[in-house]
Write a protein that binds this ligand. Structure first.
Ligand code: NAP
Length: 278
């Protein structure tokens, strides 16, 4: 059966992949974003009802992160509007190891809507489509938390999981933990990318304070510096947050993509060989 599906964050790393998957399966997708018609803007709750109108299901990607002040109120307002508009089900993208995000998960769980939560580890695509792309292109990656071992996960895998659990009500009321198949340090990640591209990419360990100062010098707004500080210290800093899960395999019937396979696939696009644009 064809469904009308709202994909909030549908131009972002997981959302655009979810939108592609759903469209390929014949569903009608509405991208929820600031430049779409109707527009959806997390900062403007008056846009929520129109974006939800005539939709059956929705994938919810909050931006910038469910841990920021204001996220709880926005999720509460959105789920209230979704219930009112008669939505059948939502899938919430959450962050693994983020205590603050769990408060937003609870709001969705208590909303009266059918739901599934997908709790994801840090994405591989942070190195190819996000804030860690520039340092890779520049050949010099300076980051804190060198000892942190993280089960980085592929956004393609997350999107496949989201597509399945969004359409399949057998996953209602469940929390799916999406991680890659092994834990890796930043240095190991950088070495894998260097190996897969044949480029020299150096890794430098710096303190959190040095990283925050570098962001400040680069003009990053204070609330984003606060968020990165939180994500590095609280999420990556706690080894208990970094367990490998086999939920991706349970949902998809195949193992999660290894980082090396991600590097092979991404290297072919040439994105890591381009020079820094900013
Ligand atoms: N990146 C990770 O490693 C990671 C790991 C676990 C969980 N997550 C979660 O994933 C979510 C997305 O993070 P991301 O950094 O990966 O971003 P992203 O999904 O790649 O991109 C941001 C998306 O958010 C949309 N957006 C930005 N501001 C918006 C606003 N005011 N109203 C509506 N849409 C807005 C953008 O759409 P338009 O520009 O078209 O409006 C774009 O589609 C966060 O909730 C984060 O906690 C991320």
């Amino acid at each position: 059966m064809t469904s009308n599906i709202l994909v909030i964050g549908g131009t972002g790393k997981t959302g655009k992949r979810v939108a592609q998957n759903l469209t390929a399966q014949g569903h009608n997708v509405r991208i929820g974003g600031r430049n779409n018609d109707p527009a959806f803007d997390w900062d403007d709750p008056s846009t929520y009802a129109q974006a939800l109108k005539d939709m059956d299901r929705a994938y919810i990607v909050y931006y910038p992160d469910l841990a920021v002040p204001g996220a709880k109120k926005a999720i509460q307002t959105l789920t209230d509007a979704a219930l009112k508009s008669g939505l059948e089900k939502v899938v919430l993208l959450s962050g693994k190891g983020e205590k603050e995000a769990e408060a937003c998960e609870d709001i969705v769980a208590n909303s009266g809507l059918n739901y599934t939560v997908v709790r994801a580890s840090w994405f591989n695509q942070n190195f190819s489509e996000s804030f860690l792309l520039d340092p890779i292109q520049a050949g010099h990656v300076a980051l804190p938390m060198p000892e942190a071992e993280v089960p980085f996960v592929d956004a393609d895998d997350i999107a496949e999981v989201v597509t399945e659990v969004l359409l399949n009500d057998a996953y209602n009321s469940q929390i799916i933990t999406a991680t890659g198949p092994r834990k890796m340090t930043f240095k190991e990640i950088v070495n894998e990318i260097a190996r897969g591209t044949g480029r020299e990419v150096a890794f430098q360990s710096i303190s959190q304070e040095e990283y925050n100062a570098a962001m400040k010098a680069a003009g990053v707004p204070d609330d984003y510096i606060w968020l990165f500080d939180y994500l590095f210290r609280e999420v990556l800093g706690n080894p208990e947050n970094q367990d490998v899960s086999n939920d991706i395999e349970k949902v998809l019937g195949r193992p999660a993509t290894d980082f090396r396979a991600f590097v092979k696939k991404t290297a072919k696009t040439g994105v890591w060989n381009q020079s820094v644009t900013s």
